[in-house]
Design a protein around this ligand. Structure first.
Ligand code: AP5
Ligand code: MG
Length: 202
């Protein structure tokens, strides 16, 4: 039995993929998932799926998303708690867009610990603001995402990121689990930078 625990500790990788709207979290998470054979969960996607399916939970979050505001902590924390409990046997996971507040980060540590898990590293993808706006406006032409539709909402999302989310990096810095990568360049170049950080964890 101790051998089994040792093996899991050796191979588990739990990454928090962090950064402002449009920095490339979803794009890079998909690549990391394929490369390392780990899971990927985006709280934004889970919320959009709830909205799309017209669930009660989805309806309760629709206006937050459309205005570019954060959904309530307790709802998002509950979603992640369910996800972690259902995937604790996975080889690892990329958490994309979660945690986004210090309250979420603290709750996340508790949820993971209850399942015998932990965050290995937060990787912050850094991209200048005007490039973010450019990328999201371009995607908004056909993404169908309510929060991509106008520059006003995109700027509101960026504001929320600066005011409520950016500080979460300090939580992981204090645990010596923070790395930042340059998010400019081709998607392959950005992937190589992130993979260098992940490989150093193994
Ligand atoms: P979420 O879905 O997480 O959106 P976001 O953080 O605003 O980020 P995006 O998904 O828009 O961008 P991304 O970083 O994934 O970049 P992507 O790879 O798509 O959250 C949406 C909403 O849900 C929030 O506003 C909030 O309301 C709610 N929510 C979610 N999580 C929550 C939480 N924890 N707590 C409370 N509320 C929560 O790339 C963007 C574009 O750029 C794409 O078109 C892509 O093709 C392109 N691109 C990517 N890389 C490059 C590159 N290297 N060069 C050029 N273009 C690139
Ligand atoms: Mg995304």
């Amino acid at each position: 039995m101790p051998i089994l625990i040792l093996k899991r500790a050796e191979y588990m990788i739990n990454i928090v993929l962090f950064g402002a709207p449009g920095c490339g979290k979803g794009t890079q998470a998909q690549r990391l998932k394929e490369h390392y054979g780990i899971e990927h969960v985006s709280t934004g996607e889970v919320i959009r799926d709830e909205i799309h399916r017209g669930t009660e939970l989805g309806r309760s979050m629709e206006s937050y998303i459309a205005q570019g505001k954060l959904a309530p902590d307790e709802i998002v924390i509950g979603m992640i708690a369910n996800y972690v409990a259902a995937h604790k046997e996975a080889k690892g996971c990329i958490f994309d867009g979660f945690p986004r507040t210090t309250v979420q980060a603290e709750a996340f540590d508790k949820i993971l610990a209850e399942n015998g898990l932990q965050v290995d590293m937060m990787i912050d993808i850094q991209v200048p603001e005007e490039e973010l706006v450019k990328r999201i406006l371009l995607r908004g032409k056909d993404s169908g995402r309510a929060d991509d539709a106008s520059e006003e909402v995109i700027r509101a999302r960026l504001n929320v990121y600066h005011k409520q989310t950016a500080i979460v990096s300090e939580y992981y810095t204090a645990q010596d689990k923070y790395a930042s990568v340059d998010g400019l360049g081709t998607m392959d170049e950005v992937f190589e930078r992130i993979a260098t950080v992940v490989d150093a964890l193994k």
